[in-house]
Design a protein around this ligand. Structure first.
Ligand SMILES: Nc1ncnc2c1ncn2[C@@H]1O[C@H](COP(=O)(O)OP(=O)(O)OP(=O)(O)O)[C@@H](O)[C@H]1O
Length: 384
């Protein structure tokens, strides 16, 4: 049960939960203004010193004002846990915004609903105990609970066909059986036909893949993606210009409102929750490994270029449907981030935009010096 009152704010409903807390829609009882309130319940309760530090950190954020940066109104402490009050964004996270399909928007009753699709499965469930301590750091992307917002501004999106994007072997085989291809009967000679590549299955898999990349490359989706990325660059240029870093940039920290205006959220939070090496007081890492730059994983001093690496992961993911690196354990993931080159975007999405792919790969360079050096440079390259 969510609390009814947090400081002077009346909690109306839960908007979603992430790795470090829960976000509520709330009303400021003094003004009746609607706000979003993020209660950080992941760490240990704050002592007075930490509470004062929180207030200091957010004095800086409260002064920021940019159309692509979420406004921070207030901070406080509730039963020992810090909370942050910010602008309520009536919209969707970037991932859901770019996954929208007509079929997702209209519920059977005809009312609008939030799409629940996720572009990545959370395959980190099977971590070993030793990985457990770090596991929360990748508990991203949970966008739970229905949106209370009217999403009619997004409804012009054309419904796309059901492409069975995550069709398992069984459904692929069923589709193959139904495919209008002549049966060669060749498989009957084998005792274990499943080990032999079935041309019909391969054909259907190829068609699914083609349909999937066609969906990723829809001109309307690509236009939205590029526009959103440009706005994120403007937001990053602004906060970097103020000497701040985001440190936890990922698709669930970017929201798009009904006017397609992008808002960057949660910057600075990772810094407040962690020390310079990115560790919380109880030794856990703050941030999301899949989006973290190599130097961030290594606990090295960071600058704005670490945010640009995260931007590269986001762009890569939005162009291919998967992050550049993925593994079953954090240590395997770190090894990839530190040592492995990402698979070429255009090898996964054959008809992807070459210019955007080039930008993403340059952002993903392991050495900060080899990346774009500023968000302005990225903006220029995207706008070309
Ligand atoms: N200012 C806001 N206005 C409207 N909805 C919001 C706002 N901030 C967050 N939300 C919603 O609440 C959800 C949870 O946000 P939260 O920041 O807790 O999670 P997260 O970003 O997925 O994870 P993390 O805590 O690791 O950053 C978001 O996915 C979003 O749907």
């Amino acid at each position: 049960m969510p609390p009814k009152l947090i400081g002077p704010y009346r909690v109306m409903e839960t908007l979603g939960s992430g790795g470090v807390g829960t976000v509520y829609r709330a009303l400021d009882r003094r003004t009746s203004d609607p706000v979003a309130l993020k209660l950080l319940s992941a760490g240990p309760a704050l002592d007075t010193r930490a509470a004062r530090r929180l207030a200091r950190e957010y004095e800086t954020l409260a002064d920021l004002s940019h159309p692509n940066v979420v406004r921070v109104f207030d901070v406080g402490v509730f039963q020992g846990y810090p909370y942050l009050v910010m602008e309520l964004i009536e919209g969707l996270t970037l991932r859901n915004y770019l996954n929208l399909r007509g079929a997702d928007l209209l519920s059977p009753s005809g009312s609008f609903s939030t799409p629940r699709s996720r572009s990545l499965p959370d395959d980190f469930d099977s971590w070993s105990d030793e990985d457990e301590a770090a596991s929360h750091a990748d508990d991203d992307d949970e966008e739970s609970g229905p949106s209370p917002f009217n999403l009619s501004a997004f409804s012009e999106e054309e419904p796309s066909e059901d492409m069975s994007l995550h069709a398992g072997a069984e459904s692929v085989r069923a589709l193959a059986d139904a495919a209008d291809e002549p049966d060669t009967g060749e498989l009957e000679a084998f005792e274990e036909p499943l080990e032999v590549p079935d041309p019909k299955v391969q054909l259907v898999e190829r068609r699914i893949q083609e349909a999937r990349t066609e969906d990723l490359n829809r001109p309307e989706r690509m236009g939205k993606l590029k526009d959103a990325m440009l706005q994120v660059c403007e937001a990053l240029a602004y906060i970097h210009g103020h000497g701040l870093m985001h440190r936890d940039l990922k698709p669930s920290n970017i929201m798009v409102d009904e006017d397609r205006q992008v808002r960057l959220m949660d910057f600075g939070l990772a810094k407040f929750l962690a020390d310079d090496a990115g560790l919380t007081a109880d030794g856990r890492m703050v941030g999301t490994f899949r989006y973290m730059a190599p130097e961030q994983i290594l606990g090295e001093p960071l600058d704005a270029r670490a945010d640009l690496y995260s931007l590269g992961v986001i762009l890569y993911e939005l162009m291919t449907g998967r992050t550049p690196f993925d593994a079953k354990t954090p240590s395997a993931l770190w090894q990839q981030v530190l040592e492995v080159e990402p698979a070429p975007i255009l090898g996964i999405n054959l008809k992807g935009d070459p210019q955007l792919a080039r930008v993403a790969h340059k952002l993903l360079r392991k050495e900060p010096d080899d990346r774009f050096q500023t968000a302005e440079e990225v903006y220029e390259a995207l706008a070309e």
